[in-house]
Design a protein around this ligand. Structure first.
Ligand code: NAD
Length: 401
């Protein structure tokens, strides 16, 4: 019997698992993840802002694995593609015939000094909860210090993650203010961003719509200001490109959302990678090993329309998971694999619970109707990773407020 090992129970890995489990071939599947639960990574900002609980964005892996599948709760240390083995931190050394690597993302600091020490990251459930705990603590501290720094939150980077986090923080402005015992307007939410043309995946009009809405709610944007260093409680950014002059913005809460790279296991295991992402073959396999599929945030797939790799999103990860599983099933039957194709359905950024903006296909959606679309996207994702049970239990059906 052939052994298929899946590393990582994120969007890509779980989708692949579900597709394989739907088949009755002569194979056994082992799924490995450091957690015994799956989390919807696109919703981490809600846990960080405190608008959703950990329970709402997670479900137990046990809910989706069939009795015939083995689950290993362990951390992947190293992949040896020549020996076809995966080393885990629990001492096990798993052998495989086919491997699906879907180990996900980590925060990228671009080597900027002080990020690891002085900024909060938001990469998994624990770090998102830590952000929320930290904010609440600062609000409580304000009662003692009366320092405006306790009331100032800086989000570093205005990508999708930063924008969605700012929107969710705005939803909880009143709650935070009540803890600090101040008027909501006294809280300051800043976003410091390197470029001036934000959200390049949208046209300027649509990007400006979202940014203007956040500005109207009182969020302050410093754009064209690359961050050079994070000192304790201080963001140092370049204020003048010509002179290189820097300025400082002090805050007790600094959250780092300037982009992501793939798991460090890729580099440690000698994959040919850049920032943890491997440029895969057309059928999603490792260029050097046709029994190793690399999908999700550790994978780079070229978009032939613009000759740039597709951005890493939940949508493409789910699509890759389905495709990798189908290709393995084909290989098991001695058939040829097929190339991966991807047509984005669009992308929508939430700004809190009742506002959003983005593209559905090529059409712009804005405001409340867009937040409805966003919730449908979230529900569809839950359906694909967890099935009907998880979608009904954790889905977003609060569409009317
Ligand atoms: P990103 O790379 O999309 O955005 C990071 C932002 O940080 C950019 O605007 C960049 O200019 C800025 N930045 C980088 N270095 C900086 C510095 N030194 N100083 C100041 N600003 C700096 O990263 P992300 O937002 O974490 O998103 C990662 C991926 O996940 C993207 O592909 C994104 O599209 C996707 N995503 C999608 C959704 C969604 O579909 N709703 C939500 C979240 C993330």
């Amino acid at each position: 019997m052939k052994e298929i090992v899946i590393l990582g129970a994120g969007y890509a890995g779980l989708k692949a698992l579900r597709r394989l489990q739907a088949d009755k071939g002569d194979f056994h599947v082992t799924l490995v993840d450091r957690n015994d639960y799956h989390y919807e990574a696109t919703d981490l900002h809600e846990v960080a802002a405190g608008t959703q609980s950990r329970e709402k964005i997670t479900f137990p892996i046990a809910d989706v694995i069939k009795p015939s599948t083995t689950f290993e709760k362990a951390e992947v240390k190293l992949i040896d593609r020549k020996k076809q083995r995966v080393q885990l931190n629990n001492g096990k050394n798993l052998a495989y015939d086919y491997l699906i690597v879907s180990l996900g993302f980590r925060s990228e600091s671009f080597g900027i000094a002080g990020v690891a020490e002085n900024a909060l990251e938001m990469v998994d459930v624990a770090s998102a909860e830590n952000v929320n705990r930290h904010i609440i603590e600062q609000m409580k501290n304000y009662a003692k210090t009366k320092s405006q720094d306790n009331l100032r939150i800086v989000v570093c980077g205005a990508g999708f993650t930063g924008i969605e986090l700012l929107g969710a923080l705005e939803d909880n402005r009143k709650k935070f203010a009540a803890i600090a015992g101040v008027e909501p307007e006294k809280l300051e939410f800043y976003c410091v961003e390197a470029v001036t043309r934000l959200l390049p995946m949208f046209d300027e009009k649509l990007a400006n719509y979202g940014i203007s809405a956040l500005k109207n709610w009182g969020i302050k944007f410093l754009t064209g200001k690359p961050i050079k260093e994070i000192k304790p409680n201080t963001v140092v950014y370049q204020d003048n490109k010509e002179t290189g002059e820097t300025k400082e913005l002090s805050a007790k809460t600094i959250i780092w959302t300037t982009g992501v790279s793939g798991s460090q296991v890729m580099e440690a295991s000698g994959f040919s990678q850049r920032r943890g992402r491997v440029m895969v073959s057309a059928d999603l396999t490792d260029p050097d090993f046709d029994n190793v599929y690399i999908i999700g945030d550790v994978s780079a797939v070229m978009n032939t329309e613009n000759n740039r790799p597709y951005p890493t999103t939940a949508q493409i990860a789910l699509s890759m998971g389905e495709h990798a599983a189908r290709n393995i099933l084909a290989q098991l039957k001695g058939s040829a694999t097929t190339p991966f194709t991807f047509k984005s359905l669009g992308s929508v950024a939430s700004m809190g619970n009742t506002h959003a903006f983005g593209l559905v296909g090529k059409s712009a959606v804005k405001g409340y109707p867009a937040s409805f679309v966003k919730k449908m996207i979230m529900d569809k994702s839950l359906l694909e990773t967890g099935g009907i049970k998880e979608m009904l239990a954790k889905g977003r059906f609060d569409l009317y407020h």
